[in-house]
Design a protein around this ligand. Structure first.
Ligand code: HEC
Ligand code: HEC
Length: 354
């Protein structure tokens, strides 16, 4: 629901726009050489807005009865005989009690907070094809009729400025004018601000295959984008295990797309080197009693909490955490590419255990 504008704020806006307008007018005559400065009495003719509290309502009056006649000839074709709306033109009545429903029906009767606004709107904007043609009395009469079909004033009502301003609309208290809490709490830094390089704290995009991982797994996979077929990188981005395995076993392509000799084989990685990695990055979920919040037993029965179990699951570990980034799921335990490479080397060395 939109917020109503407080009268104070509205006045401020008016003052501000009046200032801007007079500045523009003055500037136009001085700097652009066309137009003329409007004398105050002419400028006043444009200032016909009516406030929600009734300020700005002109003299005059009009009855529901007169309004009915005018409405039938000038409004009913679009808004229906009783304000129910015709075709795709809006209804002006009904909808009471629907504002909290799935499909609220917002009309003058169910939604508008102030009656004088109705006067302002009709005089300014209606009839749709010929706005500005209604006299003040006609506008009062039409306002009275629209309020009557909404059961807000009786059929014998005759409205003037004071009576219109005194009407309390049904949804008068349905608007708020307090500002909602800001949805961010950033504090602006004005001096001695640290340059803050963006820090990527989640690997999720890559795990989900949103970001191709053609260069990040440099330790075991280095595809030159200019030569690698697009299909392959798309596949590897999805973590397709078999193609990833095939690729990681192939000699990595060099910068210019030529095949270069693989780096000298790393010294054999021992179980002692990978144990803390598995404990920190995997066993939080894959243990008899996971420590990861929300998990109560080893996921899919996969336990990575003893050397034997880790050894026997080596090929699955490779599929899930080395050749692809499927695990750790969402990388919630923040496994690094270096750690993945190390695990890969340990598995390549036959997954030795103590
Ligand atoms: C040719 C069709 C047409 C005619 C005739 C017409 N209107 Fe409208 N009226 C509209 C349309 C279209 C809108 C919606 C305008 C918009 O949202 O910008 C509207 C909106 C309104 C609204 C605001 C409804 C709301 O809740 O937002 C009122 C009140 C209204 N008209 C009153 C009148 C009155 C009184 C007359 C006769 C003097 C009249 N209209 C004649 C088409 C018409
Ligand atoms: C935050 C909890 C969590 C962490 C940490 C985690 N996993 Fe998993 N793991 C899961 C969940 C959940 C599943 C079930 C996934 C599914 O159903 O697709 C799973 C499934 C698996 C599977 C079986 C996959 C299959 O489809 O057969 C393996 C193997 C595995 N994880 C290995 C690992 C390894 C290795 C690590 C550490 C690098 C790890 N996981 C870290 C939650 C985790």
């Amino acid at each position: 629901m939109s917020k109503s504008v407080s009268p104070l704020f509205a006045t401020g806006l008016l003052l501000a726009s009046a200032l801007v307008a007079s500045t523009l007018i003055a500037d136009a005559s001085q700097s652009y050489g066309f137009g003329k400065v409007l004398p105050p009495n002419e400028a006043a003719k444009w200032s016909d807005d009516v406030r929600g509290d009734g300020k700005g309502l002109p003299p005059g009056h009009g009855s529901v009865k007169d309004g009915q006649t005018l409405y039938a000839s000038q409004c009913a074709s679009c808004h229906g005989d009783f304000g129910e709306g015709a075709g795709r033109y809006p209804a002006l009545a009904g909808g009471n009690g629907t504002l909290k429903a799935d499909r609220p029906v917002q009309t003058v009767g169910s939604y508008w907070p102030y009656a004088p606004t109705l006067y302002d709107y009709i005089r300014r904007a209606m009839p749709f094809p010929t706005p500005g043609t209604l006299t003040n009395d006609q506008t009062y009469a039409l306002t009275a009729f629209v309020l009557n079909v909404n059961n807000i004033v009786p059929a014998n009502a005759d409205l003037d400025a004071a009576k219109l301003a005194a009407i309390k609309m049904p949804n008068r208290n349905g608007f708020i004018d307090v500002h909602l809490k800001p949805d961010t709490h950033a504090v602006a830094c004005m001096k001695n601000c640290k340059p803050a390089p963006p820090q990527i704290t989640s690997d999720l995009a890559r795990t989900l295959g949103v970001t191709p991982s053609v260069t990040s797994d440099a330790a075991h996979l280095d595809i030159d984008e200019s030569t690698a077929p697009a299909k392959t990188s798309a596949k590897s981005a999805k973590g397709d295990a078999s193609s990833m395995d095939a690729l990681s076993n192939a000699a990595p392509a060099g910068k210019a797309g030529t095949v270069v000799a693989p780096a000298a084989p790393a010294a054999t990685v021992t179980f002692a080197q990978i144990a803390p990695i598995v404990a920190q990055r995997c066993a939080t979920c894959h243990a008899a009693k996971p420590t990861q919040a929300g998990f109560t037993s080893a996921l899919m029965g996969i336990r990575l909490d003893t050397p034997e179990k880790i050894h026997s699951l080596a090929s699955q570990i490779k599929t899930q955490a080395v050749s692809s980034h499927q695990m750790p799921i969402g990388n919630v335990t923040k496994m690094t590419d270096k750690e993945r490479a190390l695990l890969g080397q340990w598995i390549a060395a036959g997954a030795p255990t103590p």
